[in-house]
Design a protein around this ligand. Sequence first.
Ligand SMILES: O=C(O)CCC(=O)C(=O)O
Ligand SMILES: [Fe+2]
Length: 325
Amino acid sequence: MGEEITSYEIPLRLPIIDFSHKDLKRGTHEWDSVKVEVRKALEEFGCFEALIDKFPLELREELHGALNEAFDLPLETKMLNVSEKPYHGYLGVHPERSPLYESFGIDEANVVENVQGLSNILWPQGSATFSKLIQYISEQQLGLERMVRLMILESLGIEEYMEEHMDSNYYLLKLMKYAGPQSTEAKLGLYGHTDKNMMTILYQNNDVNGLEVRTKNGEWILVKPSPNTFTVMIGDSLYAWLNGRLHSPFHRVMMKGNKARYTTALFSILKAGYTVKAPKELVDEQHPLLFKPFTFDEFMKFLHTEAGETSDCALRAFCGVKNIT
Ligand SMILES: O=C(O)CCC(=O)C(=O)O
Ligand SMILES: [Fe+2]
């Protein structure tokens, strides 16, 4: 008797990890079990969905409205959001590279005044609602980023580096809009890339999906966040610092239909001059050093060279690494 084999397609989904326990405190049983899941998900996918406390629906709608209003402002007003650092201010659509995408940036978003600063630039009297909402969401994202970071370090037995990590990072908050392409065929919202920073916490503000993450096997997963999940993702800097222990996933945004998509992303980035060098605890015979020590600024400069722009994996090209499994 032959065994009956049913073949069915298993829709791939990112792991969902529950961060909503009231007593998710260091040293508790809950913390330790979430930590194990985090490590597993980040080794395999480099990202996961974190279920957080219920996000009140009114807040979500208000935030959606506030973002809508901000992106509807005249281009001259939006362009007042400037920064000395490249890519940290307003970025308008790029006709070839990203015709649907535009974003605002708030540098050092962990400083309350900086979040309020953007609303004062955009509206003559500022907008208390906008600042309150952006402030709220970025605080939630920041809290989660720090928790995940500590879990990662703890799970590798190197939590003593947490303070150094916190001292060497700053946070950039990006508010992003992807216009609906007015077509049923998927169009590129954001070109495929790996994040170059340490870690990214994404919040999709409305129910328009579009983020796709490529697995190690080359399959694309469409991320379908719920109103109460943040997407956590590892960037190349942390990947290098961890000597390749966790994965930094290739991802892109594809858009369909006519509804715009809004996301709010918190990027933790290394401060200028800080050297990314894997700690001695993560380098041994079985795990030889994968990347030469580098500063984030050097890496960013390389990204803007021809070799950096054309390479599939800029980090490997930058560090002269041929093949990593
Ligand atoms: O909007 C998203 O979901 C992804 C954005 C992204 O990948 C990025 O800004 O690096
Ligand atoms: Fe990204």
